[in-house]
Design a protein around this ligand. Structure first.
Ligand code: PAF
Length: 280
């Protein structure tokens, strides 16, 4: 059954408050729509662990640092609702812009430190936009649990920090990255890749895994990264924005494996920016 689509803050508040008053646990799955199997895995986890599930769909203008990117971002509400139908979610909240950013809106939530590196260093203002909208998602829905994919690992760390620092009573749950059979991480941006580029982009995951194996064998990061960059260029990637080894907790840079770590990459292929990361 298709879940009701709500557009007003007062509607989602009323529903969520009623559920909580009845002693039910409420989950929110924050998305910008263009749903794929990665999003649906978050919905499945939320359904399995909570009584009620809200899917939030909002293409957040504040997190785009490129107006063209915002204009071209896929908006597929009808298809998204169809994809969600088999999962029995309780509400799809697609807020009107003025429900998130009413006239005169003048507040920015800004997390320091974690936002200085990786995507934060290359997309000025992006994580302020994310932290601002996610704090609104948490406060508007009043959810007990929020589900995020590890594909956006830096975002996950920032959102956790923000919820802790602002005393927002919500558990942030991390779910594993969902991949195509080729290993390519699922992303709404994959839709913009040509067939050739999809094939070439599939080299990313094995290259990261080869690096992880060598790091575990004690190889230091820098020379390994130089070789990986050359392999990525050969595979068809045009630009490697970053390729970094960082502590899983806190994201400090590392040059060899002496603590739980993650390998992070952002790279361009076929005019599309892809990101991925794996645990090491
Ligand atoms: O990961 C996303 O899709 C977005 O950054 C989020 C968390 C929905 C905020 O707009």
């Amino acid at each position: 059954m298709t879940a009701p689509i709500l557009r007003q803050l007062c509607e989602i508040r009323e529903l969520s408050t009623g559920w909580k008053r009845a002693g039910q646990t409420v989950a929110v799955v924050p998305t910008m729509g263009a749903l794929h199997a990665g999003h649906l895995s978050l919905v499945q986890a939320a359904k399995a662990q909570c009584d009620r599930v809200i899917v939030w769909i909002f293409v957040n203008p504040k997190q785009f640092n490129n107006p063209e990117d915002l204009k071209n971002y896929p908006r597929t509400e009808h298809d998204d609702a169809k994809k969600l139908a088999p999962y029995g979610v309780d509400a799809i909240y697609v807020p009107d812009v003025d429900q998130v950013y009413p006239d005169g809106f003048a507040t920015t939530v800004s997390v320091t430190g974690l936002t200085d590196v990786l995507c934060g260093a290359h997309r000025p203002g992006h994580f302020d936009g994310v932290a601002t909208v996610v704090s609104k998602i948490f406060l508007q829905t009043g959810a007990d649990r929020a589900y995020f994919g590890e594909k956006d690992y830096q975002q996950l760390q920032i959102v956790r920090r923000m919820a802790t620092d602002l005393d927002i009573p919500i558990d942030v749950i991390a779910c594993p990255t969902v991949r195509e059979p080729s290993g390519l991480a699922m992303s709404s941006r994959n839709l913009r890749l040509s067939e050739d580029a999809m094939r070439q982009a599939a080299n990313l995951y094995p290259i990261l895994n080869d690096m992880a194996a060598e790091l575990r064998d004690g190889t230091v990061f820098r020379p390994l990264a130089d070789r990986a960059r050359a392999r990525l260029n050969e595979a068809g990637f045009d630009e490697i924005e970053y390729l970094d080894l960082r502590r899983a907790d806190g994201l400090a840079a590392m040059d060899h494996l002496d603590a739980p770590a993650r390998l992070f990459i952002a790279a361009w292929i076929d005019g599309v920016r892809l990101i991925d990361n794996i645990a090491v």
